[in-house]
Structures are given as C-alpha cells and as structure tokens.
Ligand binder design. Sequence first.
Ligand SMILES: [Zn+2]
Length: 252
Amino acid sequence: MEERQGACSPFCLFGAAAVLLLLFGAGCGSGVGSGAGGGAATEERPPVGADQGPGSEGRTAVLELDVQVYLLHSDESAALTTTLAAADVARVFEGVNQVWSQAGIRWRAAEPVRVEAPTIGALFEEVLNEAGSGRLGLVASILPPERISEGWDVFFIRDLDGLAGGVYLEGISAVVQPEVNPWGIRDLEGDLVRILSHELGHALSLPHVDCPPAGNLMAPACRSGIRTYLTDAQIERARNQAVSGRPHGSDG
Ligand SMILES: [Zn+2]
C-alpha cells in the first residue's frame, strides 16, 4: 500500500511530499495494489534460480549497487535501538542478494555505521503506543538528517510495533527497517530478508502488485507461494532504475 503524507506534523522534517511505502506482512491484504502504477506486469516467469533466460543479454551483467547501512541507537527508546551486529547485517544482505540475484542486481552493503537517532526517542515510544496510522508520520523524523544520502540508505531500528514490516521513504529515498517483523519476532533469515528485499524493490521503483499464484516480492498480500519472486517486467524496471544510479524518488 502507499500512504501519502498529508498534514505535516512538527516531526515531519522532510516535507509533506514524502511518500511512505509500507509492507505490513500478512495482515495487510486490504487495499493492496490500489496505488500500483504502470509497469508492474502480470506476466509470470517460472521460479528463478541462476537462470537468466534467453534473449536477455542486457541482464547478463550484474549491477552492483552501493548501499549505506546504519544501526540506530537511542538512549530514550528501545524500539529505535537495533540489536543487530555487523555480522547479522552481513547475513541479512547475503539473503537479500540471493533474492535479487534473479534480477542480476547485487547490493554492496558498506560496513554498518552506528548512529544516534535524533532526540525524539521518548516521543517515538509514546507515539508508538497510540492508535492510528498517523503514527507513521513520525518515521522520517527518527533518522539523523546528516546521514541521508542521495544514494541507497538503509536504517535499521529495533521495532515499529506492528506499524509496518518496513518503510521506504520515497522523498528521501531511505529504507527504515525494523529488525523484528510486525508480530515482534526476530526472524533474520526469513522475514527480515524478504521485507528488506521488498523495500529495496520500492527503492528500485517497483510498486505493489496483487498476489499472483506464484507469489511475488512486491505483493504484500501474498501469504504463500514464492514470496520473493519477480516478473520479467519488474526485473527490467528495477534494472533500469539501478542503471540510473539513483534510488526511485530521489531528487536530481
Ligand atoms: Zn511495500
């Protein structure tokens, strides 16, 4: 689902245009696909291993994308403080790269950098305990602005308290990725790999799609099947974005 930021809260440091692209996991069947734009084809490919298929000479070159990785810490908020270590991050990106190998895309994750969240940790905790999706307006504010680059950035936190599996902030082209899934479970090699791969799909301009029988990485409503699968059209679109050298939605 896509959620457009409306009225700007005092915490909205990055402007009202920031668009949140969310993955709710199994609980978000309703409304899925309602903002899916063109380009997300329904054509299907068989599950992909290393096979790149015929007639795809442009896909033979592996595209390597540098991604900056940050581990957030906040004295005021356990939810903002990831417990992931560098070795965990490396493992997660191994899995992410397995998923994205079907597109000939490789994420080259930099050594994670531990950073302090802005001093809104207590407020973040408070807001997490309130009801309503408006809480997501706070997400952009938990990132240290000086760390946000024009390239691919991933910020790990501990927990979004079920708000979302992960968030891609289109306006600043950054992924905010809780280490636990929406049910509070830390599943590094399962849900975390899949959800981060999904959010990076948004960063490569892929919108949500409905869930086809084979499953799809960009279909949040998929509860079975191959949930990391991409169609030819999705792969082409993602590679085009990768070749541009900029995440989707970034300026310039
Ligand atoms: Zn999504």
